[in-house]
Write a new protein. Sequence first.
Length: 369
Amino acid sequence: MKQARLLLEDGTLLVGKSFGSEGTSVGEVVFNTSMTGYQEILTDPSYYGQMVTLTYPLIGNYGFTRDDDESIRPYAFGLIVREHAEYMSNWRQEDSIDEWLKMHKIVGISGIDTRMLTRKIRLHGTMRGILTTGTASVEELQEVLRNTPLITDQVKNVSTRSVHISPNIGKRVVLMDFGSKHNIQRELSERNCEVISVPYSTTAEEILRYRPDGVMLTNGPGDPKDVPEAIETVRALLGKVPVFGICLGHQLLSLACGADTEKLKFGHRGGNHPVKELASGRTVMTAQNHGYTVTAESIDHTRLRISHVALNDGTIEGVEHLDFPAFSVQYHPESAPGPLDSGYLFDHFMEMMEHGKDAYEKKGEKVRA
């Protein structure tokens, strides 16, 4: 089997086995602690520009099937695993992990110590890396790595380039696509919503022309401050239409309200993150994928209040507006991959579109009941 090498910007060199596509890829090396859901992870647009280390040791054992894709194509720049399965066992399987990565031209490396790599990222933070199946020297790889900056226009590369309409008989929701996962639209469609997906750069004026009952701000990759036009759009929408933000959408809503964001040391990526909802006192398990967070001290100078907090590190996981029908969560309530605990948030959004801010004010009572 062909050799693959992963070189980190701190000089760490890991040598393993190549699987998937041959070639060279440069990106930010991150880790995800999910035990399953590797296909949903690789097809999540929030991973654009990143090479994903999966901490679970055996990846690919149930293969790949088109039904589990979370976007039209994968967006991860590379896959790093302890062991990849050469044989699948699943009645739904269509492709092996090796075939699927080859099909989408994604470089993979297996046979390395992913536990050591994860501990290094936790200690020193995410870092850039270069993954290659080529024969370039370490010095040549270091030169490429030094001269390849991190991408800052991720949202532009993953957002839809045109308007798409999914007709239905219920509420009309304009979905601002910053790198949306399919399951967000599925959740809305299951509630009979007509969903109009628009590019990230769509203005508030253009959105309001659709006469929406609500606006969904989706997940997406990168630093929220790299999309200032979206922040202005969200600010202009507040008070005119109910708003629900997820992940990057949560950060954009917070920035639009005057809060601030900062980069986390190694981010939150996995399907097992506990989050406490302050209104009810209930703890839910959540799926997460983000490298930035809203800073707690910046909330004090806004008309936002904190609604959810992460139990692992105390960071903000949700906010709600004190004056307008608008709320957001940092995690992925559409649960693909991940637990189903937070699907009720889509119901709250539906109630908000029906009754305005009063519906969200009463949600704590409903959860406790």
